[in-house]
Design a protein around this ligand. Sequence first.
Ligand SMILES: [Zn+2]
Length: 139
Amino acid sequence: MGPEPLEIKKENFLALFKNRKAMVKPLIMDQRFLAGVGNIYAQEALFCAGIHPERKANSIKKEKLEKLYECLISILRVAINKKGSSANTYRQLDGTQGSYIPLLKVYQREDEPCFKCKAPIRRKVMSSRGTYFCLRCQR
Ligand SMILES: [Zn+2]
């Protein structure tokens, strides 16, 4: 298991990405790389940091990785505080919707306007998981 974002220092987080050629979204969801980042929070964090989900990890600028670190921490903290939104699931076990849902910025918003730039949110299947992102804001 990799470290959890809430338990790792920024410099150690940045070091994880060195020499990693994998696409960033499946990489941050890989439990051997980082623990506890599920499909939904991975895409929300990438939107928050302005990083395209298919960008190769080692090609991301340091400032953007620092932003990704901050975004992951704030998103996971809010999710945990909201209960029913563990790091991996956003729905409670009985199927009622998790209270994090109103805060989602890209997830399941295909063709709806981006909250930052108004461009339509795109959906793409990556590693068999639906992935939502803004082509204009995420590079
Ligand atoms: Zn946008």
